[in-house]
Design a protein around this ligand. Structure first.
Ligand code: HEM
Length: 156
């Protein structure tokens, strides 16, 4: 594992981010854009599943917000992996970073499982299941967000 992390830190991507004038800032901005596209739509859908805005049908909301959130996740992961390469060994050792990854995997896995069981517009899900999913999903994504932000404030 240590060899792999050292190889990641020695990669061209990591070198470009370390030495470029604006490259790290640009990738960091892309990471934030991905997070916004991911967490905003997911929270909106989750709050709808919890019972807010009952007059708005869930299915069309899911049709719009699901692909936006999926694109946001793809952007956040791509940019996040590039940021990770700059100090791979440091992040790899950090409990906060490991917790963040676990929360992302749990959040994404939960969303995939729900859509697989209930259909793309969630038409087959019981209200109780939707509420439980929404609570877990909000916890995972907000937890990942907070862990991501806190990483800058902890010592290795
Ligand atoms: C595989 C996916 C991801 C990887 C590898 C990753 C990696 C990183 C890295 C290395 C940083 C810089 C940490 C630092 O030294 O300050 C960071 C920042 C951050 N990440 Fe991620 N990340 C990923 C996905 C996500 C997701 C899905 C979220 C939100 C739910 C998120 C939220 C944040 C936040 C809020 C920051 C702080 C940004 C800032 O203050 O500029 N990350 N991420």
């Amino acid at each position: 594992m240590e060899t792999l992390l050292a190889a990641v830190e020695a990669s061209g991507t990591a070198a470009a981010l370390r030495t470029g004038r604006w490259s790290y800032a640009a990738v960091n901005a892309a990471h934030i854009l991905g997070i916004a596209l991911l967490v905003g739509p997911i929270m909106t859908l989750d709050l709808r599943m919890l019972g807010l805005w009952r007059s708005v049908p869930l299915a069309p909301l899911a049709v719009v917000l699901r692909p936006v959130a999926a694109s946001g996740l793809a952007v956040a992961v791509a940019a996040g992996l590039a940021l990770f390469s700059v100090q791979a060994a440091h992040y790899g050792d950090l409990a906060l970073f490991q917790a963040k990854l676990a929360l992302i995997i749990a959040g994404a896995g939960g969303a995939l499982a729900l859509h697989r069981a209930a259909g793309p517009t969630l038409e087959r899900a019981a209200p109780g299941r939707l509420r439980l999913h929404a609570l877990l999903s909000i916890s995972c994504w907000l937890g990942a967000l907070v862990c991501g932000r806190l990483i800058a404030f902890v010592e290795g």
